[in-house]
Design a protein around this ligand. Structure first.
Ligand code: C5P
Length: 241
């Protein structure tokens, strides 16, 4: 893997709520990470302007709004994400086959695969456990449910999933090597664990098959965020040696 390929694997979680911070982080990190993740907080506060600001600084965007609604609504929202020019967006696999398939067909009617965002499915949120599943009437284990939903998403034409590092192997086995796997919960050896419970190092996450790593605080809270991003790239490359 080249250094450039390793840089492209890092998605910086832009967990801020003001455009002035978006500008600062975009300028600082655009050439040191592969993408910026815009989530519900920033998007609710600042809307498409946040996405456009990142793009103007040369950054690519993962619009992490986790759509879950009736098929037509999710398809239309995803079209707008495509119009914004984001590279990744996501929806909940629990919305079902029809919701996911209608979305993918709608995107594919209007855009070529190269032009449209890659769409990821959320399987089981890592904040959910067996007890959470039981309480909503699901009787199988978290791992079984993750695999079931990943396969359903793949059948519906979705491009990949967001998964915890521990689930990457399972998903690779079930869905093959071309299915994208994006994983948060990554902690480089130099960083603190924060509130993440099931973590993996960048090198191990990539070795176990993750295509992209979502990393926030290990970069944002570092004394020198650029050096931290560089150190993460070094760790990924060292893991390949
Ligand atoms: O700062 P940190 O590296 O923990 O940030 C991880 C990012 O990934 C945050 O934006 C968080 O909301 C998101 N995320 C996560 N765990 C999940 C799904 C998303 O940490 N299971």
């Amino acid at each position: 893997m080249t250094r450039e390929e390793a840089v492209k694997k890092i998605i910086f979680a832009m967990d801020v709520k003001e455009l002035s911070d978006v500008q600062l982080w975009s300028e600082l990190l655009a050439s040191h990470v592969g993408m910026f993740k815009v989530g519900k907080q920033l998007y609710t506060a600042c809307g498409p302007t946040a996405v456009q600001m990142i793009q103007k600084c040369g950054g690519e965007v993962f619009l992490d709004l986790k759509y879950h609604d009736i098929p037509n609504t999710v398809a239309m929202a995803s079209l707008e994400a495509a119009h914004l020019g984001v590279k990744l967006c996501d929806l909940h696999a629990m919305g079902g086959y029809e919701m996911m398939n209608t979305t993918m067909e709608t995107l594919d009617k209007k855009f070529s695969v190269a032009e449209r965002p890659r769409v990821l499915a959320i399987t089981v949120l890592t904040s959910s456990n067996e007890e959470t599943l039981r309480s909503i009437g699901v009787q199988i284990s978290v791992h079984e449910m993750v695999v079931k939903l990943a396969k359903l998403a793949q059948k519906a034409g979705v491009d990949g999933v967001v998964a915890s590092p521990q689930e990457v192997g399972l998903i690779r086995e079930a869905c093959g090597k071309d299915f994208l796997v994006v994983t948060p919960g990554v902690r480089p050896s130099f960083a603190s664990v924060d509130d993440q419970k099931r973590i993996m190092t960048p090198a191990d996450a990539v070795k176990s098959g993750a295509d992209y790593l979502v990393i926030g605080r290990p970069i944002a809270a570092a004394d020198n965020p650029v050096s931290a991003a560089e150190a993460i790239v070094d760790e990924i490359l060292a893991g390949q040696a």
